[in-house]
Design a protein around this ligand. Structure first.
Ligand code: SAM
Length: 301
């Protein structure tokens, strides 16, 4: 699994730049356009929040656990617009500090190890864009991927009483994924071999499930699937909008970009991160159906 160090690399490194680009509580996961790309990114993210809150039957007074909460966009929505209470969990120190500064109940804690003794049980749980980080390349190579997901659903089953719901959205590998041994940072810049090798650099400690079926079968015997939909095309649009926002001029943000230049020349891993921002490998993977993206609603049996 990706540990705190990995997630600080992916998220804390860009903390200030992200917030200056997307807002203090910006979403860092696929929005829900449902194919209507006349919507703004903000409208599509709000449509996602509404869909999740409605699917999980979240109302005033609901107690919600927002696993892998990022900069707390969903927490903000359910607290401010639904009157729910929320605990958010992240493994990125920068995200947690920003969320706390903004008044949200967010702590640094591995959501895969939460026990009822920690916070009690919940009326609803979300994990929006977190599962991608739960299984490492090494765990997958050792044949442990299904066990990692199965253990996670067992943890969830202890936190949710019967009839309560869990929402997850996650990237998955899709039909054009290539064998792991073909991944190559020296391959042609357009190739899946190069793009996927960059993805592994962007998300250290992280490997994706092979299709939604792998996730759904891991949820049994604790959960039944209520709904499933692909957000692949919506994610391509989300990333296009992110790219515009990351580039939009803001003096403080551009100063931060400039201040990172020395690191560019001294830190090879960081150079890969910059290549990622230029290229958006996940967008290319969605376009080429190397990856897909799923929204899954489950109910505790
Ligand atoms: C792609 S971001 C999604 C953030 C947020 N849910 C959103 O939609 O904007 C992934 C998040 O997963 C968190 N994460 C990954 N593995 C985690 C773990 N084991 N425990 C808690 N948080 C984790 C990261 O810290 C980060 O906040």
């Amino acid at each position: 699994m990706a540990d705190k160090k990995d997630l600080d690399f992916t998220y804390t490194t860009i903390d200030q730049i992200f917030r200056l680009s997307m807002g203090e509580t910006g979403d860092y996961s696929g929005a829900k356009y449902d194919g209507d790309f006349s919507m703004t990114l903000e409208e599509a993210q709000k449509a996602k929040h509404k869909f999740i809150a409605d699917s999980l039957l979240i109302k005033k007074g609901s107690k919600v656990l927002d696993m892998a909460c990022g900069w707390a966009p969903f927490t903000r929505y359910i607290v401010k617009e639904r009157g729910a209470s929320s605990i958010g969990l992240t493994l990125s120190r920068g995200q947690a500090e920003a969320c706390q500064k903004n008044g949200f109940n967010v702590v640094v804690k591995d959501c895969r190890n939460v026990k009822p003794e920690d916070f009690g049980t919940f009326d609803a749980i979300t994990c929006i864009g977190g599962l991608e980080h739960f299984c490492s390349v090494e765990e997958w190579q050792e044949g442990k991927q299904e066990k990692v997901y199965g253990d996670f659903f067992r943890t969830l089953s202890e936190l949710l009483p019967s009839g309560k719901r869990f929402y997850m959205q996650t990237m998955t590998f899709s039909k054009n994924m290539i064998p792991f041994n073909e991944l190559d940072l020296n391959a042609g810049k357009e190739s899946t071999a190069y793009i996927m090798a960059l993805m592994v650099k962007q998300f250290p400690g992280s490997w994706l499930p092979y299709g939604p079926e792998m996730v759904i079968s891991s949820s049994q015997p604790y959960f039944k699937l209520i709904s499933q939909s692909s957000g692949r095309l919506d994610y391509i649009e989300t990333i296009a909008q992110w790219r515009k926002k990351f580039r939009k001029f803001n003096l403080k943000k551009y100063w931060l970009y400039f201040s990172l230049i020395p690191r560019y020349f001294t830190d090879k891993e960081f150079r890969h991160l910059v290549a990622i921002f230029k290229l958006s490998p996940n967008r290319v993977c969605f376009e080429n159906e190397v990856m897909d993206h799923y929204r899954l609603v489950f109910e505790r049996i």
